[in-house]
Design a protein around this ligand. Structure first.
Ligand code: HEC
Length: 493
């Protein structure tokens, strides 16, 4: 049984995405054309070998991260004899019926026949490297550079999970993370008005900068992750009523690429003055940028590695001094960005901590997790728990702070959103209307509305004041969700 739904969802999504939208990612050698190392062989090695033969593990002292190192071999010497696959240990170990196979029999499936054949053919043709590729180039990075994101389908064949959403600064629109794109919806009507294509398969964190540019953290699970800044006001082509912005290639839309890594970036936080940006994810690190001279002159100031596992959530105090993080390692932590040291570890959840929030002045930290609890604690000092509160009947995925009042919103696997008094953690309201796990929740910038998005692509918007529903719609273009609740004043078909 799976204990981490967030992780499962990531993998479930990868599978669906590959099957339905992307197609097989493995490039098969075309008949008559010589096998390309970088396009045909490297993807097979990445999928079947690198888990044990990367720069860290180097099983058998064999590092396979570059072409040069692959040819050099491990403790047993050169494993590839160009022109002679049968005489190459490299190939023999893949197809052997003997006990010693690669991957080792007890550790993984054999490499599929058609892929082994590609490797044999490559060796037979001389085990050459493609022209223009550096023999010392890191293969994973090289593959990432070459990978081209698919154009999102006009109409989705299945709903995409909503992992992140945000109101535009004027609160007229909602930005929702889709499949290789961000979609923009009119709050009042639930109408799709804009699509911003992105390299990232999914967005996990969205934050507007003071000048209206949008910072987005995201990635392609297990493959890559990045933080990029977009100008969503840029001009795009109109397709019927919907404007299309090319955030993959158009430098007027994709205005800044902050960084990229080997796996998803799962959380993003920006101080209200826009001067400090923090983003963390599957590589366990949080990268902190100084944007005080403008996002175009963003500077990486430190890389905080304070968790033993994925960083799932992050928040900053308004002055940019303290970074609060949530970890799959079952802790919430506080890092002093000025002193560059860990201040507090909050261990009370004892299960995965999915998200954190912090009072702007740093006087209280809040965390939620798989233990179904919201907890508040002292971020400075010993990290002592002040209070915890239940209410959600399943795991709690997000917690966000209201921009003006001492209010918090949480979203949960129990399909609901809850509003809490941040001062005493009393539950104020339960907001219903979504039909699946609720992964994303956000307040409007004026604090009047709260929106949430769920596993089945549905987005709901409520009034904070009385909890009444403003709008419910499915944020996957072309998908109308039959499970979506009936809107007030309308009758079910
Ligand atoms: C689950 C881990 C694992 C995977 C996956 C794996 N290997 Fe290995 N590999 C090992 C270990 C452990 C050794 C050292 C023991 C041995 O040589 O049998 C090794 C050794 C080797 C060696 C001998 C190195 C030397 O110089 O002694 C070669 C060649 C090799 N692997 C190739 C591959 C290839 C090609 C793949 C992918 C198709 C692969 N391995 C996948 C664990 C793995």
């Amino acid at each position: 049984m799976c204990t981490c739904r967030l992780a499962c969802n990531r993998f479930r999504m990868v599978l669906t995405a590959c099957a339905v939208l992307v197609g097989s990612s493995v490039a098969f050698a075309q008949a008559g054309k010589p096998v390309s190392f970088i396009n045909d062989v490297a993807p097979i090695l990445k999928e079947n070998c690198l888990a044990c033969h990367d720069a860290k593990k180097k099983s058998g002292k064999y590092d396979m991260t570059t072409y040069e190192k692959i040819l050099a071999g491990g403790s047993g010497g050169e494993p590839i004899v160009p022109g002679d696959p049968e005489g190459s240990e490299f190939y023999e170990l893949i197809v052997t019926t003997e006990q010693r196979r690669m991957p080792p029999r007890d550790k993984g499936e054999a490499v599929p026949q058609e892929k082994a054949a590609i490797i044999a053919q490559w060796i037979k043709e001389g085990a050459k490297l493609d022209a223009g590729v550096d023999p010392k180039a890191d293969l994973v990075k090289e593959l990432r550079i070459r990978w081209k994101p698919p154009v999102p389908p006009k109409v989705y064949p299945f709903p995409a999970i909503v992992n992140a959403l945000a109101f535009t600064p004027d609160n007229q629109h909602l930005i929702v993370g889709g499949h290789h794109e961000l979609t923009v919806w009119e709050v009042a009507t639930g109408k799709l008005v804009k699509r911003i294509y992105t390299r990232a398969e999914r967005a996990y964190g969205l934050a507007f900068l003071p000048d209206g540019k949008l910072a987005v953290a995201g990635g392609r699970p297990g493959q890559e992750g990045d933080v990029r800044i977009y100008d969503i006001q840029a001009k795009g082509a109109k397709d019927a009523e919907v404007e299309i912005l090319d955030g993959v290639n158009d430098p007027a839309v994709l205005v800044k690429h902050l960084f990229d890594v080997d796996d998803s970036v799962l959380c993003l936080a920006v101080t209200p003055d826009g001067k400090t940006l923090a983003a963390g994810g599957c590589d366990r690190a949080v990268r902190v940028f100084d944007l005080s001279n403008g996002w175009d002159k963003a500077k990486l100031t430190q890389t905080v590695e304070n968790h033993a596992d994925w960083v799932l959530g992050c928040a900053l105090t308004a002055d940019g001094r303290y970074l609060v993080t949530a970890g799959r390692d079952k802790t919430a932590k506080v890092w002093d960005l000025q002193a560059k040291e860990s201040v507090v570890t909050f261990p009370e959840h004892k299960e995965i901590v999915y998200a954190v929030a912090v009072k702007a002045d740093g006087s209280a930290g809040f965390s939620v997790g798989a233990d179904k609890q919201i907890r508040t604690w002292k971020p400075n000092g010993e990290g002592k728990q002040v209070k915890n509160a239940g209410g959600h009947s399943d795991e709690v995925f997000k917690v966000v702070a209201h921009p003006k009042q001492p209010l918090l919103a949480t979203s949960s696997a129990d399909k609901t959103v809850r509003l809490w008094d941040a001062n005493n953690l009393t539950s104020i309201k339960q907001l219903t209307g979504l039909g699946d796990y609720v992964y994303a929740v956000a307040f409007s910038t004026d604090g009047e509305l709260v929106a949430a998005g769920s596993y089945d692509g549905t987005v709901a918007v409520w009034k904070v004041r009385d909890g009444s529903t403003v709008k419910v719609f499915n944020a996957s273009p072309g998908v109308t969700n039959p499970a979506a609740p009936v809107e007030p004043g309308k009758t079910k078909k």
